[in-house]
Design a binder for this molecule. Structure first.
Ligand code: GUN
Ligand code: FE
Length: 459
């Protein structure tokens, strides 16, 4: 494995600093400091390029990516339920409120067993890294021990991660064997995890961060929601929860609080610059204004929404309003661990939203939505810089001061699924083909903070 801390790499690749804009760099010289942050990215015509390249080569600190390999920023997954990985690709036959009680809470309850937790979490983290996910925002379970194990594993594997002990203490909505016993216990469990992660001896650089994680309003009592809002402010922590995901969930909050999820979360002090709201499919235009004012982020989970939401997130409207949006796999509501799959899902659900889907209706009546398409550039932005901006972390692009979280995509991998044609494919079209056709076999190498954490083939 080639660690790139304090070294430099010559590579061609792509990144997107602003939505809709792709920067294609060729044979750029990217230099890293000893902590894995990018010092500079120089193009061949830059006056210092040759001198710096020669200096790194003479010092034996220059790595060159072979032709046919392209560097992309590592992917940011803004919404994953780590304990649900054993259920990936199953249990997709019932609505959300049934799915939670019938399949998901019983599975999550098993994480009281730390042997099971270690095995399942290690498999997940390894698979996510191999799929190119370099930053992950995780819901764990209510359990203290198992959630600590997830933090340990991310540190061992070198994955950038934000991890929350799930809080759920509403006896009306949560099973007796799987909930926090009281608001006090929910709060104490969250505080303990914050302390554990922040004081972890292997976490001096803050690779792993704690997250205040009320599962969603139905799972939590009002006392706990209020206490978690105060705790997040006091500890300056990220917050994650689900918001306006499905008709049932949206209606439940309206019945209980008489307002929308967004308004209710805001009243509990749970909307801030470091909040990520999963789904948010049914948010109103006024909700979007509130989310923008609070500068909170949204995890768009297009694949999961197809199974559990009966609605497509109004992505284009949110982006045009200036909201911070990234992508979430929502494992296991979404049956794929791949951000490539979720980029493609975001692309095609935007198309369906615009066209409508009922063949019994004429083309003019099939949908009321216009101009809601996105393209591969938008999808790529969401999976990289968009996620980084939402989390307020320096990841998702190759710019000085940003962490070198990167993938080498081998477009010529024989067992891969990208096929380029020399006389047809150049520039941005190569990225388009990568986004539409890449698979795990094309992800040759993965670096997080300049540390190489996965190598699939020897390019
Ligand atoms: N709402 C509350 N919990 C969950 C969960 O685990 N998955 C999804 N998709 N929605 C939820
Ligand atoms: Fe979820």
């Amino acid at each position: 494995m080639d660690h790139l801390r304090g070294k430099a790499i010559i590579a061609s690749g792509f990144h997107s600093k602003r939505r809709g804009e792709i920067d294609f760099f060729q044979n750029a010289l990217i230099s890293m400091d000893s902590d894995g942050a990018i010092l500079s990215i120089l193009r061949p015509h830059h006056e210092d390029y040759t001198e710096q390249k020669d200096r790194q080569a003479a010092a034996g600190t220059l790595v060159t990516l072979p032709e046919g390999c392209y560097l992309l920023p590592g992917f940011v997954d803004l919404h994953i339920h780590a304990p649900q990985y054993p259920q990936l690709g199953s249990a997709l036959d019932v609505p959300l409120e049934v799915w939670l009680q019938k399949y998901t809470f019983p599975l999550e309850a098993r994480y009281v067993d730390t042997v099971f937790a270690r095995k399942s979490y290690r498999q997940l983290v390894d698979d996510l890294i191999a799929n190119g996910t370099t930053t992950a925002l995780y819901f764990a379970t209510v359990h203290q021990e198992a959630t600590r194990i997830l933090a340990d594993i991310c540190l061992e594997a070198g994955q950038r991660a934000l991890i929350g002990k799930v809080v759920m203490d509403n006896a009306e909505q949560c099973p007796d064997n799987y909930r926090d016993a009281s608001p006090d216990e929910a709060l104490r469990g969250t505080e303990d995890l914050i302390g554990y992660i922040r004081n972890h001896p292997e976490n001096a650089a803050g690779l792993v961060k704690p997250v205040v994680t009320p599962r969603f309003i139905p799972s939590c009592t009002d006392a706990t929601l209020a206490a978690l809002g105060a705790l997040a402010r006091q500890c300056n922590c990220h917050i994650q929860t689900h918001c306006s995901e499905s008709d049932w969930e949206h209606g439940y909050v309206r019945d209980r609080h008489g307002i929308t999820d967004t308004e209710s979360l805001d009243r509990f002090g749970l909307l801030g610059r470091h909040t990520i709201l999963a789904h948010s499919n049914l948010i109103t235009s006024a909700n979007m204004d509130t989310i923008r004012e609070r500068r909170s982020g949204i995890a768009h989970c297009p694949l999961s929404n197809a199974y559990f939401s009966s609605a497509v997130f109004p992505l284009k409207a949110a982006l045009e309003k200036g909201l911070h949006v990234g992508l979430g796999t929502d494992i296991s509501g979404g049956p794929s661990a791949s951000l490539f799959d979720n980029m493609r899902s975001a692309l095609f659900v935007a198309r369906l939203l615009e066209s409508g889907v009922d063949p019994q209706l004429g083309p003019a009546e099939r949908s009321r939505q216009r101009g809601v398409w996105i393209d591969f550039r938008d999808a790529f932005y969401l999976a990289t810089t968009g996620g980084g901006v939402a989390l307020d972390l320096p990841v998702g692009q190759f710019s000085p001061g940003y962490q070198f979280d990167a993938l080498a995509i081998d477009t010529a991998a024989p067992r891969g699924t990208i096929r380029l044609w020399n006389d047809l494919d150049e520039g941005e079209n190569i990225l388009q083909k990568i986004i539409y056709t890449a698979s795990k076999s094309n992800i040759a190498r993965v670096w997080i903070g300049g540390r190489e954490v996965s190598r699939f083939t020897k390019p």
